[in-house]
Write a protein that binds this ligand. Structure first.
Ligand code: 2DT
Ligand code: MG
Length: 197
């Protein structure tokens, strides 16, 4: 009897500033790869609802408390993400742990403190950071009232690619696909790493 070995899924994270086109790319990419799309914060859970209230300005919380909730909101999905990857499902995540650290560190919390609660979460196989000068992005419709978009947090991780968010949707998609194509066929060779190794 032969047991067909399933190639595990690829875990792709998209990070970036508000209006950088992250959500558009996450949607396109998940369609293209027949992947499961996840978003953080995941506003559908009970913790997610509290986070959503905070982001809308309906709930006051200390920087520490909201930071820990964002992290807990990732841990809530961790088992499910691991299972799906094991079953061969590709996953595209609209924001992940990088947002968690960058946003809270920009408010002044120590970077090591910010990183600690996410330690041990599965690390994306590849992360794309969509970026452009804020002056440019803020011209786009609906630019959020999000207060904490500036960050000096530098991400030192392999498989982390900066993408110019001012390029066209098609150009960005092509660039992303280009970076993942060889990984996609060889996920069995990729080590599944944990944050923040
Ligand atoms: P969107 O739902 O529009 O992406 O905005 N954030 C997100 C954090 O501060 N910490 C986190 O861990 C995550 C995942 C970024 C969500 C806002 O929440 C911020 C923008
Ligand atoms: Mg947004």
């Amino acid at each position: 009897q032969t047991i067909k070995k399933i190639n595990r899924g690829l875990f792709i994270a998209l990070e970036g500033l508000d209006k950088s086109g992250k959500s558009t790319q996450a949607k396109l990419l998940s369609q293209k790869l027949n992947a499961k799309k996840v978003s953080f914060p995941d506003r559908t859970t009970q913790l997610g609802l509290i986070i959503s209230d905070y982001l809308r300005g309906n709930k006051n919380m200390s920087d520490e408390v909201i930071h820990l909730l964002f992290s807990a909101n990732r841990w809530e999905q961790h088992t499910s993400i691991l299972k799906q990857l094991q079953n061969g499902t590709n996953i595209v995540s609209d924001r992940y742990a990088y947002s968690g650290v960058a946003f809270s560190a920009a408010k002044g919390l120590p970077i090591e403190w910010c990183k600690a609660p996410d330690a041990g979460l599965i690390q994306p196989d590849i992360t794309f950071y969509l970026t452009a000068p804020i002056e440019e992005l803020s011209k786009r419709g609906d630019y959020g009232k999000e207060i904490y978009e500036n960050s000096s947090f530098q991400y030192k991780q392999e498989n982390f690619y900066k993408i110019d968010a001012l390029k066209s949707v098609d150009e960005i998609q092509a660039e992303i696909l280009n970076h993942i194509s060889e990984k996609l066929d060889n996920t069995s060779l990729l080590q599944q790493k944990k944050l923040w190794k």
